[in-house]
Ligand binder design. Structure first.
Ligand SMILES: Nc1ncnc2c1ncn2[C@@H]1O[C@H](COP(=O)(O)OP(=O)(O)OP(=O)(O)O)[C@@H](O)[C@H]1O
Length: 299
């Protein structure tokens, strides 16, 4: 596996992973996520190695790269759901798994069965007290939870359909409710794994704008896994681009260039800019191994 070829933003990597102190992020903002020289091995195969990445409070960061390159694995490693084979991760200054209550995590999408009767508001509420499933919540705590759910319904613009069964809602409506669920406990960091997947283009743009607006309104940092950077391009502070077992990170203008991606992949890649400002990456190879997707098929 290749070493991460460079860190494009040029800032020195934080040293807190193996120590107690967290470095500050841009403009002195605290660092929420530190990944230092990390390697993930799954099923005996190295997925990526020597990956460095940081996310500061309030930053909007995309994780990009082709199918099977390990984007979801990176989120899971930060959450402690996938152990690292080497290197280190700190989430809010703690070892993986110890600060997950500060994170709103939306895993890769699974569709709801059309016959599912659970309402949108119930799905949001699970984000608040899902860990108390079956235990009654009464009094002031229950009233506070109901108020928070109402706030979230408004925040994501779901007033019209939040009381309908989620199985009957469109993909875009379901996604807005799931984002509301992830926000329920006022996390410091939202981790969204392909939230735009399977949405049509207008809905991709609308959900991307919603995430960008929420990130500012709730002062929450965002790590978003995406296949296409274009719907989120205007909201991004930085990108982490995975490929060939390593990663580069920096601003979109630094990373999504022919030169940088050619160095990352070790093969000619061309980044074209269309007249309406969209970026098109040409020649990006797929990840080396065949990839079993979440539906159990092979992509
Ligand atoms: N538990 C596992 N055991 C073995 N291999 C795994 C496991 N989980 C994932 N993989 C493999 O690791 C690789 C990276 O998977 P991951 O889901 O992180 O990629 P991704 O970049 O998010 O892909 P996509 O864009 O298709 O969702 C894939 O080849 C996948 O098949």
């Amino acid at each position: 596996m290749t070493t991460a070829p460079e860190t494009v933003n040029g800032s020195p990597q934080p040293t807190g992973v193996n120590g107690a102190t967290l470095s500050g992020g841009p403009e002195g903002r605290p660092t929420l996520v530190e990944v230092h020289q990390a390697t993930a091995v799954l099923g005996g195969r190295t997925i990526w190695s020597q990956v460095d990445a940081t996310v500061a409070a309030g930053e909007f960061v995309a994780i990009l790269g082709p199918n099977g390159v390990g984007k979801s694995t990176l989120l899971k490693a930060i959450l402690g759901l996938v152990p690292l084979a080497a290197g280190g991760v700190r989430l809010l200054g703690q070892v993986p798994g110890h600060a997950n209550h500060e994170v709103g995590y939306l895993p890769q999408r699974r569709s709801f069965d059309a016959s599912l009767r659970v309402r949108g508001v119930d799905v949001i509420r699970l984000g608040l007290d899902g860990d108390r499933w079956g235990l009654p919540v009464r009094g002031a705590r229950s009233r506070a939870a109901t108020a928070r759910v109402g706030e979230l319904v408004e925040l994501v613009g779901a007033t019209r359909y939040a009381h309908r069964p989620i199985g009957q809602l469109s993909g875009g409506e379901q996604q807005r409710l799931l984002i509301a669920q992830a926000l329920a406990r006022r996390p410091k960091l939202l981790m969204l794994d392909e939230p735009l997947d399977s949405l049509d283009l207008p809905n991709q743009a609308a959900v991307a704008a919603l995430i960008g607006r929420i990130a500012r309104a709730e002062n929450v940092a965002v790590m978003i896994v995406a296949h296409d950077v274009n719907p989120i391009l205007t909201y991004l502070d930085r990108v982490i681009y995975l490929g060939q077992g390593g990663a580069v990170s920096g601003t979109p203008a630094e990373v999504i260039t022919s030169d940088t991606l050619t160095r990352l992949y070790g093969t000619p890649i061309e980044v074209l800019s269309t007249s309406d400002g969209r970026l098109v990456v040409v020649g990006q190879p797929e990840a080396p191994a065949r990839h079993t997707d979440r539906h159990g098929g092979v992509a």
